[in-house]
Design a protein around this ligand. Structure first.
Ligand code: FES
Length: 175
């Protein structure tokens, strides 16, 4: 149960919002950090906490690609397919994933290391084509850098080519 495990964190999140339901996405993200994905049980618990119906929680959770409704691999490749990235080769990047890892969108490698998702704009259009892996951005992708990223992740679990973690914007404090 999220509340038992993260009571203090949940209270802190709720304190940011005068209207409880506004805490929905941060709570879904907390659930994802806990289990690696947002489970049905977590969605029901969050619905209860925020006095929402489970379908209201589900419709939000399914709208945002940063929320996973099933387990993903250790490294979650999220390749942007929006216009700017598409114009400069996101389909080519997806092709590299297919060739080098043998997976397409929505699939995970047999060793559980990599999952591929295609996502909408990640606000790094000026450095397209790009992808997010877990919390990190990798920009101006070329086949050479892509190969190095995969090799480094397999070897060390990290890669120095990352350009920084994704940051949630700070929620304003309730007055
Ligand atoms: S279009 Fe890909 S980051 Fe914006």
């Amino acid at each position: 149960m999220l509340k038992e495990k993260y009571g203090a964190e949940i209270a802190e999140i709720l304190s940011h919002y005068p209207v409880k339901r506004s805490a929905l996405i941060p709570l879904l993200y907390l659930a994802q950090q806990d289990e690696g994905y947002v489970s049905e049980a977590a969605m029901k618990e969050i619905a209860q906490m925020l006095r929402l119906t489970p379908p209201q929680v589900y419709e939000t959770a399914t709208f945002y690609t940063m929320l996973n409704l099933k387990r993903v691999g250790k490294f979650h490749l999220q390749i942007c397919k929006s216009l700017m990235c598409a114009l400069v080769g996101s389909d080519t990047v997806i092709g590299w994933v297919k060739t080098k890892l043998g997976i397409g969108p929505g699939e995970t490698t047999a060793d559980g290391l990599f999952t591929l998702s295609t996502v909408e704009c990640l606000a790094a259009c000026g450095t397209a084509p790009m992808m997010q892996i877990n919390e990190d951005y990798y920009e101006r992708l070329t086949e050479e850098t892509f190969d190095r990223i995969l090799a480094d992740l397999k070897k060390d679990g990290t890669c120095s080519l990352k350009t920084g973690p994704f940051m949630w914007p700070e929620a304003p404090r309730a007055q």
